[in-house]
Write a protein that binds this ligand. Structure first.
Ligand code: ARG
Length: 455
């Protein structure tokens, strides 16, 4: 493998630790694409003869077919996808195969393959996230007026709507998509032609290969091109942030489906029963989304830790950067798809949600605001008066709107009958009309905006 100056082969355990072919198998599409682009370029720059380029292209087509049909035998001793393919190419087309590696190194080869892989992962993740946003949006539309308690500290705080709550996630996943898009923009430069690390004496055209592979341009520094994996870090950082959002939504679904809440019912398709408790309908998909987010964060940390101490340029440690990125891509795609399916299918229990807004004095802030507006009390004092009203309702074990006017006037004589209108949760919801607020009017505007964006 290493030609002239190697007399003996590697130890078995060396082959084992050295190989990455199990991971690399997944890079065969990218590896062949990049080899095709490289061969064509060598041809058009007069570095290879047309007949060699033709033989190489034909040989690569054959190899692609062999791999796709499962006939291709990947060999551990050949370490990676690059050498496995090249070795087979030599068997198929003879000497021309040896010319393909002119003016390139596995260092720029792996960098280009891996970039292409991460780029397509970013593109797929974007499609999945858009799909999820659409599912959330549909539920938000159905539930733009579905009253539910909004929480802080998981304590009921103020009335919101289920639609407003779901739109919060549409926004979050929108920003996640932005992060993948940003990462994609920066990663879309071609390392191919950096060769081992310093460029090459051959008159290659890196712009041609960059174009052929859909990159915006070649990377400007050959050492940077083979040494850095920041594109994978950025992809993973975006994936980890997405996983955080998914995990929080999953956690909420677990809470909402618990009997104490009963806000949401998941479909049978996204739950499991219990082998012992016949009544159970467990939100396993949500729990697994919450659970798998840990692995994605771990992938990010693992990748960063692998890279952090490496001197320029290529070090074999970099071989270990592919797995975390590919694993994370698989996991995040699965998580997003499962979440989209779950959201699509779920049913909001409007009665339970609305009922919950009747407990916990959710309109206390509205009472304080009313006192400010109608009686001119400073907000701090209005807050104090409202606190006393709440305490009274607690003592009476009733809702705020079930107190009598006389009771309230005893606390503050400026209170009039009009106050009762603001004590209803539905009224409080409709009143939150400030931009970005929970009022159905505002929520519907946001839904319309997102519908246009996601159309
Ligand atoms: N198998 C290597 C990897 O995936 C390819 C690059 C090898 N380069 C080298 N100089 N040994 O990273």
């Amino acid at each position: 493998m290493w030609g002239g100056h190697y007399a003996s082969g590697p130890a078995a355990v060396m082959s084992k630790i050295n190989a990455c072919i199990e991971v690399d198998k997944r890079l065969y599409v990218e590896d062949i694409l990049a080899s095709r682009a490289h061969a064509d370029m060598l041809g058009s720059c007069g570095i290879l003869k047309p007949k060699d380029v033709k033989a190489i292209q034909k040989g690569l087509t054959q190899i692609e077919k062999e791999i796709e049909s499962g006939k291709f035998v990947f060999v551990e001793e050949l370490e990676d996808v690059h050498m496995n393919i090249e070795a087979r190419l030599r068997e198929n087309i003879g000497d021309a195969a040896g010319r393909l590696h002119t003016a390139r190194s596995r260092n720029d080869q792996v960098a280009v393959d891996f970039r292409l892989k991460v780029r397509s992962a970013a593109d797929r993740t974007d499609v999945e996230l858009r799909h999820l946003q659409k599912a959330l949006l549909k539920q938000a539309e159905t539930n733009a007026e579905t009253l539910m308690p909004g929480y802080t500290h998981l304590q009921a705080a103020q009335p919101v709507s289920f639609g407003h709550h779901l739109l919060a996630y549409v926004e979050m996943f929108g920003r996640d998509r932005g992060r993948f898009a940003d990462a994609r923009k920066r990663m879309n430069q071609s390392p191919l032609g950096a060769a081992a690390l310093a460029g090459t004496d051959f008159p290659i055209d890196r712009f041609q290969t960059a174009r052929a592979l859909g990159f915006d341009e070649p990377m400007a520094n050959s050492m940077d091109a083979v040494a850095d994996r920041d594109f994978a870090v950025e992809y993973l950082a975006a994936a980890a942030q997405t996983a955080l959002h998914l995990s929080r939504l999953a956690e909420e679904i677990v809470i909402w489906t618990s009997p104490g809440f009963g806000f949401v019912r998941l479909s049978e398709a996204f739950t499991t029963g219990s082998s012992i408790m016949p009544q159970k309908r467990n939100p396993d998909a949500a729990e697994l989304i919450r659970g798998k987010s840990g692995a994605i964060i771990g992938n990010l940390i693992g990748l960063m830790t692998t890279i952090k101490g490496l001197p320029l340029t290529y070090n074999k440690d970099l071989q270990e950067t592919k797995q975390p990125a590919m694993d994370a891509a698989d996991t995040i795609e699965l998580m997003i798809a499962a979440m989209a399916g779950m959201i699509d299918d779920l049913k909001a229990n409007k009665e339970r949600m609305e009922e919950a807004t009747e407990r916990g004095f959710l309109t206390a802030t509205d009472l304080a605001d009313w006192l400010v507006r109608k009686t001119g009390l400073p907000f701090r004092e209005a807050h104090h008066v409202t606190g006393r009203v709440v305490r009274l309702a607690e003592q009476r074990n009733c809702r705020l709107d079930q107190l009598s006017l006389a009771d309230m006037r005893e606390i503050n004589p400026k209170i009039t009958r009009e106050v009762f209108t603001v004590l209803k949760p539905a009224h409080a919801l409709a009143a939150r009309k400030s931009y970005g607020g929970a009022a159905p009017k505002r929520v519907k505007e946001q839904i319309a905006k997102w519908k246009k964006r996601l159309a």
